[in-house]
Write a protein that binds this ligand. Structure first.
Ligand SMILES: [Zn+2]
Length: 124
């Protein structure tokens, strides 16, 4: 009996749907950011998948490049008190981070799977 065939999937589609990079059906996460040990659909071993700080760096660049110009534009136009900036941009950064972190982590893991990044033990 031969092993099942899994056609290559787009890392973008599996990342955005937070699903398994091999089959695209099983959920990648249990909880908010914890990667499952195995895919519940195809059994892919996921316990050594680690996206590291990559998703956080992308979020810092995207949100920093978006929120800072918006805050400067808002200040120039309306000159609100500082607490308005703190509430408005704090909520934008926290909300943006919560919205982007899962799909970017899943996308990073899907890219590692696609390019067959070797699994290394921690600290190496
Ligand atoms: Zn799977």
């Amino acid at each position: 009996m031969s092993a099942p065939y899994y056609p290559p999937l787009s890392p973008l589609s599996t990342g955005l749907s937070c699903s398994c990079p091999r089959c695209g059906k099983g959920r990648l996460f249990e909880g908010f950011l914890t990667v499952r040990e195995t895919c519940p659909s195809c059994g892919l071993d996921l316990k050594n998948e680690d996206s590291g700080d990559g998703p956080a760096v992308f979020i810092i660049f995207v949100l920093g490049g978006t929120v800072v110009p918006l805050a400067l534009w808002f200040e120039t136009l309306f000159e609100p008190p500082l607490w308005v900036h703190a509430v408005l941009w704090g909520a934008a950064v926290i909300g943006g981070t919560m919205a982007l972190l899962r799909p970017l982590k899943a996308y990073t893991i899907a890219l590692q799977y696609k390019h067959k990044t070797p699994h290394r033990p921690p600290g190496v």
